[in-house]
Design a protein. Structure first.
Length: 148
């Protein structure tokens, strides 16, 4: 009588096991994000009149977008879109520790400009105090993204 030994089958690979490769040029996105943030911080501190709070807001949000995109690209992931809501959703899914506790602050950045619909766009110009808060948020996010 033959005795067949029961051999364990190799585990199947699931979707969670798939690690996509990094997306090209993620380092360039990180560099550009750092540059946007540096320009915004310097212009704010030096009180450059050419850099209105509306321009500073745009520099800060471009910095955040580039920094988040760089980190997502590095792990081979992309958000559905590039609004702050979409960037937060992608971070919550792929890098939850990075965004933890900052979700609402980042999402709230969308309330200053809603320019997707050209017939009903909304623009709210931030105060200098709000810009200062936005700069601190961008610095925190940059630090968390760099350490992840």
């Amino acid at each position: 009588m033959l005795h067949l030994q029961h051999q364990a089958q190799p585990a199947l690979v699931g979707f969670a096991d798939i690690r996509p490769p990094a997306i090209d040029d993620w380092q360039q996105y990180r560099l550009e994000g750092q540059q946007y943030l540096h320009v915004a911080q310097s212009a704010f501190l030096l009180e450059k009149k050419a850099f209105t709070t509306e321009i500073l807001y745009n520099l800060i949000t471009m910095a955040i977008e580039k920094l988040v995109m760089a980190s997502l690209m590095e792990i081979g992931r992309l958000p559905y879109n590039h609004t702050m809501h979409d960037l937060v959703a992608a971070l919550e899914q792929w890098l939850p520790e990075v965004i933890k506790g900052l979700e609402e602050q980042v999402r709230n950045l969308d309330t200053y400009q809603d320019i997707c619909d050209p017939y009903s766009c909304t623009i709210r110009i931030p105060t200098r105090e709000e810009i200062e808060t936005m700069l601190e948020l961008a610095r925190q996010l940059k630090q968390r993204l760099a350490s992840d």
